[in-house]
Ligand binder design. Sequence first.
Ligand SMILES: C[S@@+](CC[C@H](N)C(=O)[O-])C[C@H]1O[C@@H](n2cnc3c(N)ncnc32)[C@H](O)[C@@H]1O
Length: 442
Amino acid sequence: MMAKSDIPMIPYLKKGEFKLKEQNQLFCGENTEVLSGMPDNLVDLIYIDPPFFSQRNYELIWGDEAEIRSFEDRWDGGIQVYIDWMRDRILHLHRVLKPTGSIYLHCDWHASHYLKVMLDEIFGPRNFLNEIIWHYTGGGRSKTTFSRKHDTIFLYSKSDSHTFNTDAIRVPYKDTSGYAKTGIVAKSGKRYMPNPEGTLMDDVWDIPIINPMAKERTGYPTQKPEKLLERIIKASSNEGDIILDAFCGCGTALVVAQKLNRRWLGIDISPSAIVLVSSRLGKIEALGPGIEISGLPGTMRELQRMTPYDFQYWAINRMLGAPSPRKSGDMGIDGLSCLNNYPIQVKQNSAGRNVVDNFAQALRRHYQNSKRPVAGFIVALDFTKGAKEEVVRTRNKDKIYIELINIEDVLTGKFNTTQKIVDDDDQTTILSTTQKVNMRKV
Ligand SMILES: C[S@@+](CC[C@H](N)C(=O)[O-])C[C@H]1O[C@@H](n2cnc3c(N)ncnc32)[C@H](O)[C@@H]1O
């Protein structure tokens, strides 16, 4: 079993560089680049849930007000631009799918009809197997049309022979089913009895969306329920098979694959998504062969290229902290450290005296009704002389303990999570090296 802190990460993947490993693999990057390096006939099952053609903006709910990251789902050139963009990816996916494999494409009414035509072109109409309707309730209802309460999932195989485990996805008979109670007698006199494992599944699936209190909820805006992926993976793969999700988001397909003892490959362009998947997977007890992550920043230059939100999310996770869960949390506090929950503020650039002053104020607010020592971390590219002087001043004058941490030390793992020491005479000291926490290896 592999702990979260042991998950190895390797730097940015170069185009075309792919090697199937013993471990499951998570790639942060543009999926066409990662896919172009994969050999033909590699995977047994593909599930993709690409950005829909919906002209919407999804906001991650854990960013603070100033730095909400949204993943845009906009296609300015219209549907044809979207379909052409998707075609490039589907061609790669068709190539990497084994002849016995299947692909599930998750979409909705915005583009489903156009996508179906494109899938027919690439996979061939003969290999179309199902149009699955995922029906759900919840959310708003329309008063002028029938409420739109379903997504569409197209299922194609690559050839005539594909894996399909009918018995693995049987569902209970309806309470009203007479057949379930007594079976039926055919004209010939032969009695057919219900299957004790339940009836065969059809192509309309009633599965609830993830409710706000659900344990599996991560906050990722388009997260899909595990139950949906369970049915797909059980139906179209066997233990040990390789599952690929090339738009993995917060990793629902990968988590379910892991739980069902399948191997998996996940790709997403968003570093925040990849960091989230790694921490979600880290919580699963049986991590099997382990995980390798590629494409997350490995150098200072790559860190500088990240969006402010991704950078902040990366830094806090790398310190093994918890990113701020609230959209409008304490202003100036981006997360809490893993030991003692000290507030952390992250700056992608240099930090000066004003940053320390503002953080001191944020700490006062944060600790206002608490007897705990007022302490926290600022992570930044570097710190001006004024910032360092201000740290000394607030410590001596206001008893506010701020530790300044260079990004480079977080990247290289030199930074060790700080532990506070409170002396008997209430002299609080912060020692940076009292407790060493294993950082994830880079
Ligand atoms: C609808 S979400 C997937 C949600 C996922 N099924 C889940 O349960 O969390 C689509 C994902 O595709 C990713 N994405 C968009 N364009 C991409 C690209 N070109 N390469 C890789 N990932 C991409 C987005 O970052 C987003 O996480």
